[in-house]
Write a protein that binds this ligand. Structure first.
Ligand SMILES: [Ca+2]
Ligand SMILES: [Ca+2]
Length: 206
C-alpha cells in the first residue's frame, strides 16, 4: 500500500513538473525577421589582389573567381530586430547559380556598424570596413542543381554582436562579409533579383 501511495505521489509530481515546463515554454515567443538583397549596390565583390570592387556582377563567387580570391559583401536593409533581443538563429540563404563542389572554408563576419552604407566602387571599399570580432567558419556541402537553396551555418553570434551596438535600432541595415577559400557560385541581385541572397533571423525578447 505504502508503495502504491508513493508511486501515485511521484506520478503527481512528474505531472506537475511537465505541466509547469510546458507552461513556461508556451510564453517564450519566437519572433522572426527576414530581408533580401534589394538593390545592385547591396551585393558586391572585391578582388583582394588589387582592391577593385564590382557591384554589377551577375553572380557571387564565394570566394574564388578564377585565380582571384575575393571578399563578398551583402547588405540587408530593414532588419526588424529590436535592441536587446536575444538571437536564437540566423542564417543567409543563397540560390545556386552554378553547381559547384570541392572543399570550401568560408569565414562569415559582420560589419561592426549599426548603420552600414551601401557599397560603392571605391578601391578596397569592402576590406576597409570595420568587422565584428565574432565570426563563423562555414564549410558548405557541394552545391547541386542551379536554382536550389543553400544556407550558411548559424550566424547568431555575429548578428548578436551587431545588434548589441549601443546605437543599433530595429529596421537598420546589416552587412555580412564572406572570405576564405573554395568556390560556390550564388545568384546576385543583378543576376536574378528574386533569387538574391536572404537573411533570416529568429529572436526572443528579454
Ligand atoms: Ca551587386
Ligand atoms: Ca561575380
Amino acid at each position: 500500500m505504502g508503495r502504491l501511495v508513493f508511486a501515485l505521489f511521484a506520478f503527481g509530481v512528474i505531472l506537475l513538473l511537465v505541466h509547469s515546463f510546458a507552461f513556461s515554454v508556451e510564453f517564450v515567443e519566437i519572433h522572426s525577421a527576414s530581408s533580401q538583397v534589394s538593390q545592385s549596390a547591396d551585393d558586391a565583390e572585391e578582388f583582394l589582389r588589387n582592391g577593385r570592387v564590382y557591384l554589377e556582377s551577375t553572380d557571387l563567387e564565394l570566394v574564388e573567381d578564377g585565380p582571384d580570391n575575393q571578399l563578398v559583401g551583402l547588405r540587408f536593409q530593414g532588419v526588424d530586430v529590436p535592441k536587446g533581443a536575444i538571437i536564437r538563429s540566423a542564417f543567409v540563404e543563397f540560390t545556386v547559380d552554378e553547381p559547384s563542389e570541392g572543399g570550401a572554408s568560408i569565414r562569415i563576419q559582420g560589419e561592426k556598424n549599426p548603420f552600414p552604407e551601401d557599397f560603392s566602387e571605391k578601391t578596397r571599399g569592402l576590406s576597409l570596413r570595420p568587422k565584428t570580432l565574432g565570426y563563423v567558419e562555414w564549410f558548405p556541402e557541394a552545391w547541386g542543381s542551379e536554382g536550389g537553396k543553400q544556407r550558411t551555418f548559424d550566424l547568431s553570434p555575429v548578428v548578436q554582436e551587431i545588434i548589441g551596438h549601443y546605437s543599433w535600432e530595429s529596421g537598420n541595415p546589416v552587412v555580412m562579409f564572406f572570405s576564405g577559400s573554395g568556390i560556390r557560385v550564388a545568384e546576385s541581385f543583378d543576376g536574378e533579383k528574386d533569387a538574391s541572397p536572404k537573411l533570416f533571423v529568429e529572436y526572443t525578447i528579454g
